[in-house]
Design a protein around this ligand. Sequence first.
Ligand code: ADP
Ligand code: DP6
Ligand code: CO
Length: 362
Amino acid sequence: MAEQQLQNWVLMVTAQTPTNIAVIKYWGKRDEDLILAINDSISVTLDPAHLCTTTTVAVSPAFDQDRMWLNGKEISLSGGRYQNCLREIRARASDVEDENKGIKIAKKDWQNLHVHIASYNNFPTAAGLASSAAGFACLVFSLAKLMNVQEDNGKLSAIARQGSGSACRSLYGGFVKWIMGKEENGSDSIAVQLVDEKHWDELVIIIAVVSSRQKETSSTSGMRDTVETSALIKHRAKEVVPKRIIQMEEAIQNRDFPTFAQLTCADSNQFHAVCMDTSPPIFYMNDTSHRVIGCVEKWNRSEGTPQVAYTFDAGPNAVLIARNRKAATLMLQRLLFHFPPNSDTDLNSYVIGDKSILKDAG
Ligand code: ADP
Ligand code: DP6
Ligand code: CO
C-alpha cells in the first residue's frame, strides 16, 4: 500500500441509474435518520436512456478528503444522508485488484482512502422529477462497484433509502413497491419489483417540463412540515393509501388502464391536497400544471375511457402516462395546441418509451 500511494494512481468507476416516478406517493417519514416511510408507495422506473443520473466515483491515495460535484458544482458531503451512504458502503468494501494498473487495495485500506464523486443528472435537479431518487441510487451503486461490495440489489436499495427514500425504488426496473415495514431498525422497509419493464410495455410516458427551476421547498422539508402540521396526512396514510396499494397492484398485474389511471390521478391530487393542508401551505404545482390536468381530464372524459394518467411529484412538472403510442401521440398534439412553442407557458415535452426525445415541443 505504501508503495502504491507514492504512485498516485486513480481507480474509477462510472454507473448510470434511471429515475422513478411514484403512482402511489411516499410523503412522510416515521424515522428521519433511517428514512422510514409512513405509508407504502408504488412507482414506475423510467427508461434510463432518457431521465437518468450518471455518476463517476474515483479513489486515489492522493485524495485527502471525500468530495462531490453535482452537475459540475462542488457540494458539501457533510449532510447525514451522504455520510450514511458512504459509511454503509465502506463497511462492506472488499479487496480490489486491478492487474493492468498494478493496483491492490485490501479491504482494510478502504477506511483510510478518500473518494471523489462527480454526478450529472440529464434532467432538471430538485424540480420534482425525482433527482434525489436517481442520484442516491446511482451514488450507492457506483460506490459499491468501486469498493467491490458483495451485496445484492436488495441491500444496496436499503442503503440508497438512507440517502433519499424514493431512491430505494430506482434499483429495480418496471413497477416497484416500497414496503414501509414495521421494524424500528428498518430491516423490513424494502423495495420489491412488482413486475418487470416488459410486463406493460404499451405504456408511453411523457414528461412535460413546466419549469426546470429548483423548487423552493425540498421534498425532505416539505414532508417534515406535513407530518408535523397536517391532519389530512394521517387519514391518507392510515385509511386511503393501504386500500389504494392493493387496488394499484391488481390494476398493474391485470394491465387495467382505467383503474390504473383513476388511482394514479387521484393519488397525485391527494398528495397535493395534503401539501396544501400543511402549515404553511406548500404549492408545488403552478397554473400551467393545473392547465395540464384540465387538458387531460377533459380529453379522458370526451373519450369515455381514460387515455392518459397524470401525476405530479413535489414540483410543477407533469408526468403523463399514456395507455399506448396512439394515445401518447394524440396527447402530444393536444399539448402542442394548448401550450404552443415560444408562448409564455414554455413547455418542453420529452417522450419516453419510443426512444425519441422531443425537446421544445411547445
Ligand atoms: P427531486 O424532486 O428532484 O427529487 P428533492 O428535493 O427530493 O428533489 O432532492 C433534491 C436533492 O437531491 C438535491 O438538492 C441533492 O441534494 C440531491 N441530489 C440530486 N441529484 C443528485 C445526484 N445526482 N447525486 C446525489 N444527490 C443528488
Ligand atoms: C413526491 O424521496 O425525495 O416524489 O426521502 O426526504 O429524500 P427524501 O424525499 P424524496 O421524496 C419523494 C416524494 C415524492 C413521492 C415519491 O417519490 O414517492
Ligand atoms: Co426527491
